[in-house]
Design a protein around this ligand. Structure first.
Ligand SMILES: [Zn+2]
Ligand SMILES: [Zn+2]
Length: 157
């Protein structure tokens, strides 16, 4: 037997195999392919089992917690892929924002498009909220101020 030509090995690899996610048979053109579609490949990396309504991305994440997902030669943000797949194309120049404030979430229900300005506004209100919470924690007169009963500082009198 001589060595196989590329043509021969292509046809040898061409097989009907079940998708690793949905189980439907698909025609595999590459032996490394385990899924029938990008969305099956995507879904396998999403954890929906948590009690939180967020869908947590289990694939590669950047330092800020935003997931990335490779499609062809492009490295997409996982939540942008989710938005495009489940909702609609993202208009030119628009950003996809998280209403749940969880960077690794890819639940399309928690995503919406907005401008860079919307994003900045979101951040401002979040920062304001964070400052408020911080003040609440340190302001002894605040009604939101609750000390842990196990704390050394706790004095119920
Ligand atoms: Zn599939
Ligand atoms: Zn979420």
């Amino acid at each position: 037997m001589g060595s196989k030509t590329a043509y021969e090995s292509f046809y040898q690899n061409l097989k009907e195999v079940p998708c690793g996610f949905c189980g439907n048979n698909f025609l595999r053109t590459n032996p490394n392919r385990r899924h029938c579609s990008d969305i099956c490949r995507f879904s396998e990396k999403v954890d929906k089992s948590s009690t939180s309504p967020c869908w947590i991305w289990l694939g590669t994440k950047n330092s800020k917690g935003y997931g990335s997902f490779r499609v062809g030669k492009k490295n997409l943000k996982a939540y942008r892929f989710s938005y495009q797949h489940y909702i609609a194309d993202i208009p030119e120049g628009m950003m996809v924002l998280h209403s749940c404030d969880n960077p690794s979430c890819v639940n399309p229900k928690h995503l919406r498009v907005g401008t860079a300005q919307d994003n900045a506004d979101d951040m401002t209100s979040r920062n304001r909220q964070a400052v408020k919470e911080k003040n609440a924690r340190w302001n002894p007169n605040s009604t939101q101020h609750k000390l842990n009963p196990n704390s050394y500082f706790y004095d119920p009198s």
